[in-house]
Design a protein. Structure first.
Length: 114
């Protein structure tokens, strides 16, 4: 592997993390605004009209934000673990198993967020 190849890999990882973080920031902002308006307009009391759909919408918004946050963290962790494999002194621990487990969790979180 050449230095240019390793530099290209690093630039791709940095670009992927930067774009993912930017989109997550927009998503988190819109989710917080949606939760704020859900709580502000009529609240989540069970006595108000349309209370059950509002509670369901509130819960689904919070769950989707949690799944999205977990996916972003796992995706960054996956990139950082892969970074160690292209180093001059590769790690001595089982990196293939760790990458496989991390990819399984990332796929699960991505599917839960759809």
């Amino acid at each position: 592997m050449t230095v240019a190849y390793n530099t290209n890999i690093m630039l791709n990882w940095i670009l992927e993390i930067a774009v993912g973080s930017l989109l997550y920031g927009v998503y988190a902002t819109l989710s917080i605004i949606a939760v704020y308006y859900l709580l502000l307009s009529k609240g989540l009391s069970l006595s108000s009209t349309n209370a059950k759909p509002r509670i369901a919408l509130f819960a689904s918004t919070i769950l989707m934000l949690a799944f999205c946050t977990t996916f972003l963290v796992i995706d960054i962790d996956y990139s950082l673990i892969q970074l160690e494999t292209v180093a001059y002194d590769p790690p001595q621990w089982d990196i293939a198993g760790l990458l496989t487990n991390t990819e399984i969790v990332a796929n699960f979180m991505e599917r839960m967020n759809i």
